[in-house]
Design a protein around this ligand. Structure first.
Ligand code: NAD
Ligand code: LMR
Length: 336
């Protein structure tokens, strides 16, 4: 039997928490051979709910789940943790942008960055889900100077999955055949869902869309710009409009997939989108957490290099970068 991995989930009593914990305990994130210890953090007023969640985890009798700790003390939750999924934060409601949450949520991530720096295992891998996720991840990373910056990431896998789903629906193609999607930039309305490299069984999606256009009035490019990009960019708001609550099960699924691929490996001949510290790739200067296409192997990721970027793509990528700089400026008092 392998040694268990310690996993911290913040905001564990919330919507995404409820959807993610059972997937992790079932082995969906780290595989069917990997035992886990869950260290669940939420606010004092959520402890009763958290007790109920722990009862349900027990009642599932998961064979991989070795221990569940519930607490409102981040020091206990982060002690020796090897994977920290930072969900605990306020969600937006109808009519808000994610960046409107900076005031409410930014301070959470400066405190948690400091505590991770002090209490977590030195190899801890961090996924920030709480919005605005990219800037919150930057805050946490900057407040954890003794941890490896490459071990901090923000979630754009949900956007990546949304983009793949839109192509599957448009072209009546199986999800598993759609490869090489990219979402550049910020997890916000400025993100750039880039179809230029996406393939289905080795053929460019772009070419398939162009072929289809012969019997259609709209052209592929027009569909990409008017339908595909805005649908993916605004999907979070559309879910809030429909449910009255922000996405939860799909967000949990994306978190599981993000950590699964990072810790184990991304699929052969494919890549995934992760928001990671920019390193100058694709002309995005260091200093922000930005969505890039990456390949992963056993805890390491590499940004895919050498992709051609269209003029439209460059415009979107720069706009998203500028938004991240504005967000960073707004929280500069939280970056040490
Ligand atoms: P929720 O309100 O249902 O749950 C949030 C939980 O966090 C609550 O239980 C709350 O008590 C807890 N919490 C708040 N502050 C905390 C703190 N300082 N420490 C520990 N716990 C704390 O919200 P949710 O729907 O689960 O969403 C959580 C966050 O995830 C929101 O910011 C939302 O916008 C974001 N989100 C991000 C993505 C993404 O793709 N990056 C997708 C969906 C939602
Ligand atoms: C999402 O993309 O669904 C989340 O970021 C929630 C939101 O506020 O849109």
């Amino acid at each position: 039997m392998k040694a268990p991995v310690r996993i911290t989930i913040t905001g564990a009593a919330g919507q995404i928490g409820y959807a993610v914990l059972f997937r992790i305990a079932n082995g969906d994130m780290l595989g069917p051979e990997q035992p886990v210890i869950l260290q669940l953090l939420d606010l004092p007023q959520a402890q009763q709910m958290l007790r109920g969640v722990r009862m349900e985890l027990e009642d599932c009798a998961f064979s991989l789940l070795q221990q569940v700790t519930i607490t409102d003390d981040p020091k206990i939750a982060f002690q020796d943790t090897e994977i920290a999924i930072l969900i605990g934060a306020r969600p937006r409601s109808k009519g808000m942008e994610r960046k409107d949450l900076i005031e409410a949520n930014g301070a959470i991530f400066s405190e948690q960055g400091k505590l991770l720096n002090q209490y977590a295992a030195r190899h801890v891998k961090v996924l920030v889900v709480g919005n605005p996720a990219n800037t919150n991840a930057l805050i946490a990373m900057k407040n954890a100077p003794d941890l490896e910056p490459r071990n901090f990431s923000a979630m754009m896998r949900l956007d990546h999955n949304r983009a793949i789903a839109q192509i599957a629906l448009k072209l009546f193609q199986p999800i598993r055949d759609i490869k090489k999607m990219v979402i550049w930039g910020n997890h916000s309305g400025t993100q750039y869902p880039d179809l230029d490299h996406a393939e289905i069984r080795g053929r460019l999606v772009r070419d398939i869309l162009t072929y289809q256009r012969e019997n259609e009035t709209s052209v592929g490019q027009e569909w990409i710009e008017r339908e595909f990009i805005p649908t993916v960019q605004n999907r979070g708001a559309a879910v809030i409009e429909a449910r009255g609550l922000s996405s939860a099960a799909s967000a949990a699924n994306a978190a599981v997939a993000h950590m699964h691929d990072w810790m184990l490996s991304s699929h052969h001949n494919d890549w995934v989108t992760m928001s990671v510290p920019s390193d100058g790739s694709y002309g995005i200067p260091e200093g922000v957490i930005y969505g890039f296409p990456v390949t992963c192997k056993q805890g390491l990721y590499q940004i895919v290099q050498g992709l051609g970027i269209s003029a439209l793509g460059r415009k979107h990528m720069e706009e998203s970068y500028r938004e991240l700089i504005e967000e960073r400026e707004h929280v500069k008092h939280l970056l040490r």
